[in-house]
Design a protein around this ligand. Structure first.
Ligand SMILES: [Zn+2]
Length: 264
């Protein structure tokens, strides 16, 4: 009953999933769009189930299925959202197991069960803590000191008119906009900033989101981390600990879908 189908020019991937019973025993299947994963042979499907023994429907959760058999690749993870299930698939992909093998072959492969249990535990812990499994060491990274174009007034006073990332950019600006021609007695100079800046990226490994300045000119950079943290809070970033923050996208994806109790 379980089949995998792809359309001409790529996904969606469609599988037949159980959506109810005919009579008391016979299962009814329906073609359902599923999410391919990093592990060939495993897909993420909406978890359909019988609610309150009354009717079948989407539970609001997601199942990681073995395509060959249509059965779950790991046990259901209480409260896991889509982000956590995708991460479980990615962790299973990294085990080196060939998940396209048949269920019997997987059952006969040493370590499959042990690895599946380990991934289940890792992801369950992450769900309880509302965070991804794979985190960077820190969200903070240093940006080398930039270059400043300074206007030099006739009296010798200097002030910065532009901050640039590379010396070449600063040089080009000075050549293009030399003020000496327009304002006699004025000059332009280049100097290097004295301190490196901090910038913030999402704590989840593989997420490329950086905190942007509020006008989206680019990544927000500042010598003072407190300024950056204040802006991050403003933009909906969430603290995981004192070194790591999640971007709003990941923060949303890595919240439990239902209340999860801490294990004591
Ligand atoms: Zn992120």
């Amino acid at each position: 009953m379980f089949s995998l189908d792809t359309t001409e020019n790529r996904p969606p991937v469609v599988v037949d999933l159980p959506v109810g019973f005919r009579g008391t025993r016979e299962r009814v299947y329906s073609p359902t769009v599923v999410d391919p994963t990093a592990a060939p042979g495993l897909v993420i499907a909406p978890a359909n189930n019988m609610a309150y023994h009354v009717r079948w429907g989407f539970t609001g959760e997601w199942a990681l299925l073995h395509v060959g058999s249509g059965l779950p690749a790991i046990g259901a993870i209480w409260g896991a959202g889509l982000g956590h299930v995708r991460e479980a698939a990615s962790l299973l992909a990294d085990t080196g197991i060939d998940w396209t093998a048949s269920r019997d072959a997987l059952g006969a492969t040493p370590r499959v069960r042990e690895l599946a249990i380990r991934v289940h535990e890792q992801v369950s812990d992450a769900v309880r803590q509302a965070r991804p499994v794979r985190l960077r060491e820190s969200s903070w990274h240093l940006v080398p000191p930039g270059w400043l174009a300074l206007v030099v007034e006739p009296g010798g006073e200097k002030w910065a008119c532009a901050a640039l990332t590379t010396y070449t950019d600063a040089e080009n600006l000075v050549i293009r906009h030399g003020v000496g021609d327009v304002l006699p007695g004025y000059d332009l100079e280049i100097c290097r900033e004295s301190e490196p800046n901090w910038a913030l990226r999402c704590a989840r490994q593989h997420c490329r989101n950086e905190l942007l300045d509020d006008e989206e000119y680019g990544p927000l950079q500042d010598t003072d981390r407190r300024e950056i943290e204040a802006e991050a809070r403003e933009q909906g970033w969430r603290h995981l600990d004192d070194r790591r923050l999640l971007c709003p996208d990941c923060s949303h994806q890595f919240q439990p879908t239902r209340p999860v109790l801490d294990r004591y």
